[in-house]
Structure formats: C-alpha cells, structure tokens
Design a protein around this ligand. Sequence first.
Ligand SMILES: [Zn+2]
Length: 1020
Amino acid sequence: MHDDRTLVEARLRRVLDERIRPAVYPESVPLTVGGWVAPDEPVPVAEGLAAPRTPIAVGDRWGAPWGTTWLTVEGTVPAAWAGRTVEALLDLGFDRNMPGFQCEGLVYRPDGTPVKGINPNNQWVRIAAPAVGGERVLLHVEAASNPVIMDYHPFLPTELGDKATAGDEPQYRLARMDLAVFDRTVWELVLDLEVVGELMAELPADGARRWELLRAVERALDAIDLQDVGATAAAARAELAGVLAAPAVPSAHRISAVGHAHIDTAWLWPLRETVRKVARTTANMTALLADQPDFVYTMSQAQQYAWIKEHRPEVYAEVKRAVAEGRFVPAGGMWVESDTNMPGAEAMARQFVHGKRFFLDEFGVENEEAWLPDTFGFTGGLPQIIKAAGSRWLLTQKISWSQVNSFPHHTFWWEGIDGTRIFTHFPPIDTYNCSMKGHEIAHAARNFKEKGRATRSLAPTGWGDGGGGTTREMIGKAARLRDLEGSATVRWEKPADFFAQAQAEYPDPPVWVGELYLELHRATLTSQAKTKQGNRASENLLREAELWAATAALRAGFRYPYAELDRLWKTVLLHQFHDILPGSSIAWVHREAAQTYARVAAELTGIIEAAQRALAGDGSAGRELVFNAAPHRRAGVPAGGAAPAVDRVGDCVLQPRAGGGFVLANGLLRVEVDARGLVVSAYDLAERRETLAPGAAANLLQLHPDFPNMWDAWDVDQFYRNTGTDLTGVDELVVLADKPEAVAVRVTRSFGASTVSQTLTLTAGTKRLDLDTEVDWHEREKFLKLAFPLDLHTERYAAETQFGHQFRATHTNTSWEAAKFEACNHRFVHFAEPGWGVALVTASTYGHDVTRAVRSTDRGGDGGTTTTVRASLLRAPRFPDPHTDQGLHRFRHALVPGATIADAVREGYRINLPERRMPGSGAVAPLVETDGDAVVVSAVKLADDGSGDLVVRLYEATGARNRTTLRTDLPVTAVHACDLLERPLDGAHPELRDGTVELALRPFQLVTLRLAGAGAQAHS
Ligand SMILES: [Zn+2]
C-alpha cells in the first residue's frame, strides 16, 4: 500500500486547528464590559466590586504593569440557547504560550464570592447547563496586568520587574468577552483526536498500532462535515471509539498523575501577587474537583494555604472541604518549597516544623513526602532532616536539568551524610507541569530507568510556575489514557499512594550517597548578596533570640515571645523560597526582601536585648557582661551563658616588611602583607608551617567576565574562568590598629567603576586572620572572587552543610567532579593533610570554587600540588533584575591556619555569632552545658506547645562517633528524644541522672531533646 502517513497527519493538524476546535463554541454573543482601574495596589474585593465602571470594548488596550483592573461583564442568554450549555469566554488578551507569566484574573459573583481563575488555558466560566433563555449574566473579574518579564527572547534586561521602574504603558488588549454555546460532543472529539494523534506520533512507524490509529483518524475526518462539525462530531467519535477502547499491554508503564500547579512563591512577580495567584488557581481547582469525581489535586507550601486562609476565606472553605474528602492533598510538609543548599541547619529543620504543623493544625493531615520539584540541588544534610521531621519520601525532578551528567536512577534510596536513607523519586516525565500530551507520557515511559524492576512513576499535572493548575482538558485526556494500547496507563493518585505502591514494588532500589548536586544554576549561591546576608543574619539572630529568651524565661521570669518567634521564623522561612534566597527574582522581590530583613533584625535584636537585660541584673557598678550565643566556650565565657568581661592582654606586633607592606604577628601566627596589600605568607609558628602556596598571594580579589548563555541570575558557565583580572593595584595601604590585643591594616583599591577596601586583623591569642571586605560595586556582568592559594595536597575538602559537612573532590577526574566547579558551603570550608589543615570561614557567602595547581619548582616548590579556594563575593547579572547587586556590600571572612574540623566548626560559629556586651552584675549560667567540641548545640528554645519544657537540639559535627554529657541545673523531671516537631519518639529515651544525660551520637547525628519540668522554677 502507498504510504500516505504524513498526508493524514497534516490533514489532522489543519482540520483540528481550523475547523474542529473553533466549533467547540459554535455560537456566541458579546458581553457588555465596564472597567475600573485600581489607583495603585490591589484593593479589597468589596471596594473593587463597588467602584464605578466606565465602558471598555474588545480591542481596547488596558492594564499598566502590575496594575489591577476590575471588569464587569453583563449580558443575556439568547432565548434560542435554551437547553444548551452556555459559558462565558473571557480572553483578557492572553498569549496561550505563557500561562502564569502574563495577565490573569479571578472571576467573582455579584455577592463577591470567587468563581474561578482565568488564564490563557482556562478562559471559560460555566453559566448554565442547561441554559434558560433570557437569563441575565453578571460577573466581575479582578484582572491583574502583570507584565511579561521573560519574553520570547528570554533573559533580556527589562525595567518591568519593579513597579517603581515599570512605567504605565498598557500591556494588553481585551480580546474576547462573549457568551457562547459550549458543544460538549465537539469538545470530546477534540480530546479524542488529540489523544489518538499524539499517541500515534510516539509509536514506531513500522508497528501495526500506529497504522490502526492513522486509519481511525482518517475515517473520523472523513465523517466530519467541515461546514457542520457539531452535527457530525458524534459520527466522527464513533470512528475513534474502537482504537480508544483497546487496552494497554500488561507491561505498560504506570503513571500516577496528580493535579498540581507549581506556584513560585515569588519570582517574576512580587509576593503580593502570589497571594492572588494562589487564590485564582485554588478557586479553579476546587471547582474542578467538584466537577470531576476521580480527580486528585495536590498543593505544597503551607505559606500559600495560610495566604488563602487570610485573604480569600471563601476559597479556603472550599479547600478545607476538599481536603476533608481526601482529594485536595496538602503535599510536602514544608513552609515553602525552599532552596535547600543555603538554609542553615535550624532553618531547614523549621521549614518542616512549620509546614507540617500547619497541615496538622488546619487539616489533621501529616505528610510523609517532601515535595521539592523545582529546587536547585539537595544537600547531603537533607535526608536526616526529612526523617527527623517524621517523613520518609522525597520527590523532585530538577536534577534532570543538569547540564552534563544524566542521573542514573529515577527511584532510589538517597543516603545523606549521616547515613539516613530516604526513598526518592524523580518523575521520568522530567517536568512538574505535565499537560497530558502524548510526547510527555511517552517520554516518561521511555525515560524511566528502573524498567524491569519497577513499573511506576509520578506525573504532577497542571500549568505551573505562575500557577494555573490542571485543566478539564487534561482530565479528559487522562481518562482516555487510563488503559490505552500503546500508551503508559494513567491514574489520578495522591502522592502518598504513589510512594507507598512504588516502595512496595521496589523495596530495594539502588542507593545514591551524598548531595544531589544540580549541574546548573550554580550562580544562585552568589546572586543578590543582600538577600543572602539577610537570610544568614536572620538565622543567627533567631538562634540568639530563642537562646536568650529561653534562658531569661527560665532564669528571670521573662515572657517567652512564642507568637513573635513563630511569626519571625515564618517570615525568614518564606524568604528561603527557591527564587528568593537564590537571588533569581525580579528587583521588586529583592528590594522588599531587604526591607523585610531589616525589620526582622530590628525585632529580633529587641527580643535579644530585652532578654539579656532581664538576665544581666544591675549594671550600675559599671561592669559589663559578655554574652556568648555560640556553642563553644570563648574568652572565658561559657557557651550559651554570660560572664563579666575581662580585659584582653596580648602580644600582637606590627612591623614594616622588607620590600614594602607589613608583618603582623601574635606568637601563634605571623602574617606578611606585601606592598600590594596581598597576603604573601601566613606562617603557623607552633607547627612551623606555611599556609600559603609558594610564590602565591592570598586575599587576592579576582574579577571575571560573567555572561552565561542563559539564566543570567541563575547560571555561571564554566568558561567564565578562561579569563580574569587579578586586582592588585593599590590606592592606599595603611595601619588601622597597632595594639597588643590586635593589629590591623587596611588596603584600598579601585577597579572599573568600583572600589574595595579590605581590613586584615590579627587578634591576640588566635591563630586566625580576620578579613573584612567592603565593596562599592558598580560592575556589569562580572564575577568577583576572593582567592586563597593553600600549600596543601589533598584530594578532597569539607564544606559545611546542615548538621555536618560534605566532602567534594579538589580534582576533576570525572565529568561529575568537573561539573561541580561552583559549590555551596555554609560557615566553613576545610582543607587538610593528615595532621594539619586550614579553614576558611564566612559570615555570609555561600558559593566557592576549589582548584589544584602544581607547586612551581622555580618558586621554592617541589612539584607537589597546592589547593586554591575562592569565595564568591559578587555578581552583576542583568536578568531578571537589571541592577543586581549594584551598591555597597560588606563581607566577613577569616583564614584559620592549623584548623581541625572541630576548629572550623567553632570558628564558623564565632564569625556568625559575635559576642554581645551589656551592663550587668553577675554571670549567667547556661541552661545546658555539654562537654567536648564534637557535639554541638544547634538550638536552645522553649517547646512550641507553650508547656515551658526546654528543647535542646544537638548534632555531632566532626563526622565521628562521639559521646557527650549534657548537664543542666534546671528542675528537669524527664528527658525525651523527640522529632523535629518536638513529639517524643517511640523507643528508649535518654536516662536522666542528677541533671545529666549521657549521649552517644553516630557521625553527624542530630538529636532533639525535650527537658520536661524545666519551666517549673519559672512558674513557681
Ligand atoms: Zn519554582
């Protein structure tokens, strides 16, 4: 037979586009439209409904960037439509290719109750089925004219990303505002033809099934009268019924679909718009659930539920009803879908505490899956946190975005740094925005790497990023794919049901050990430095506030600020969302974040100072107390306690250096700063060992061009290292301090349009060089690094992450190692040869890179290798914020020669938690004390349930098995090991004997203890 395949396929495309799809709405009449433009920010619904309207016509331009226009549409159902299905079609000027990235609206009834959201793929509002002729129609639309930030040519700089710079040019043209007859049979025919046509395209051309589908399509097209599609649609459907009834083969891949809308909590829109996005999508989804009996929808991010509860209570009531039915499923158990690279240990834990608690309190639901489809990599610390929160599964698909290496598994055990394993699934469909297209379903089946051992994968289904969610068309297609020859099978299922079945059929999948590094978006560790600093500062202040408030509550009757801390934690957790903390949002988001972090800092500082005042007693004698919030004793002050300040004595010396510059020494360390202001020697006097590579200079600022191929704020591409400039020119090198207790010099430089000044300080009694860098940054598309070439030969180094550290290679033997050319650290990176190491600690930076070099024999070396670490300070991408990071920045680092891992941990805490001084009379004993440096206290707080119990979280920080004795003088009656939500775990609890508890921890183990009765003293 002659091959007419491409001819029939082309015929299907044209007839669908030009005849059948338009026939879904065969008749329509225009609605009358009136509009009112809200003067600035969104207004309450009642105000929007009541405002006077002026006429606006289809074709008119509307909508300044970020504006809100309230539209009223009115009309009458024609008498001739009686008995038919009638819908309103509201096209605000949509571009179907960008759902969620442009204008959208929420439709209200005249009484102000929401009906559903409208977006490019969801323009209909059901009016009546069957309709009554002459029925009046009156609806209101709260239309948001959010501008397109990422256009067809993506990543071009635009000023539209902040209301302050976006201008007032109308962004849209009202396209269609009609009442229309909906022909259900034609609509079903469209779905039949789409499913058959899309499946056909995925099947082998030499297989019989493909040709069966092709012939059925041909018969269906022959059956259609192109001038009267409605009258012939049923006959066309009859021609397709046979091929659509053929069941799937027994080995067909099984897809568990779950309705979803990935809604970025802020990104190319501000937080306030997400509040409305969530309401639109959710109203849409609860309406869809009411119509579609076997549909299941899942939504993550407790914050988004909290927004609906506060801002759209009518929508929230529908959500609660659907959750109670088990069909609207809270997922993930986190406050937001956060970044996981950068949040500190406690913050990462609190994401789960606050997320899970919200779902428990509001719905009585506890998730067992972590849901992070779009997060930019996952630390080796995360598995233990997920488990300690009472969860056991993880879903993400983001690692499929890696540039270089294809991840070998889709379902696997993921093992963290402490050995905790989490059953993890990467949907092989490689998207969290499945729309039930044939190529997506076929890709999931083909791509699934567990074939032969497992049969199931998950498909989050619905328009996402900017919201939108599942459509009735996706549900219609899923119904046809339930059991269809040639396709994977599709069932709507809750994530938990999927995971339970996936684990039951595949109890022993492969194991992946260590971080899930995303080989993309590496610059998110650096972009928007102030957002990152706000996060780190907030995390540190929250630790202090909890510690001192708990101490003051139990020692001095201070009111523990439960509500304030709860609110502040949630604010900080919100800003760890995977486009805020990573620095990939529009200018508006980061401008607001800076303001919010300033408010958080002011409020937490107030709590800390009030608690310390309550503890400090009478300061009238002119004495000063030193408060130490770090988990290690320092300068005679116990960890978590306060003691009178003692005058520092020291033996620091500062001398001119031969050849220019200065020599700073303190008996432990001798540092040479040359005439260029570079550190050319850092000599460990006790170990008689040079820290720096021969002939190299540390504290060296290096400037690279940085124009990635895509994703400007997100990506740094490896070619950035091909060229660069060492910033060695000096404007000024001066002595800043020359006292026995500390010596310091300051170097100032200019480059491009920017200036930098660095202060290098050596303090008495410490083997540590403190480096304070101040940059007035006015560069474009540049990357600024701070380099430390170390005289160390090592194959791996440690970078701190949550509750421990992870190792990475210093070399690039494999493509996996080479791809990690920019990586994350928390407070330290540590490099060691056996017996001697160096730490670089940081108060706010996260990105760094590590390379190896040969010790040049002509410069005093011996041909061995050295290791260079460079902290990433600043970038200047121009999308989505065209002015990213312009202005003044301050960074604090310290180089710690001779450091063990325990020293790195201690110095990391020290640089993040400076001591505080306050007038006071007597020492403050810590609530709890531990012995040794290996087991570190991560949080001291009162229990969230208000019982007055003390909660102490500790972890083993060195990667070894360790014991510690925890002591307290509080009237504790029992000690319970708890999960992160402070619920006692099953099994044995630590034994309390005379106020002490002996603890044995495995490497990196975290332990949460609840000390019952601790508050008895305060209450008595
Ligand atoms: Zn996202």
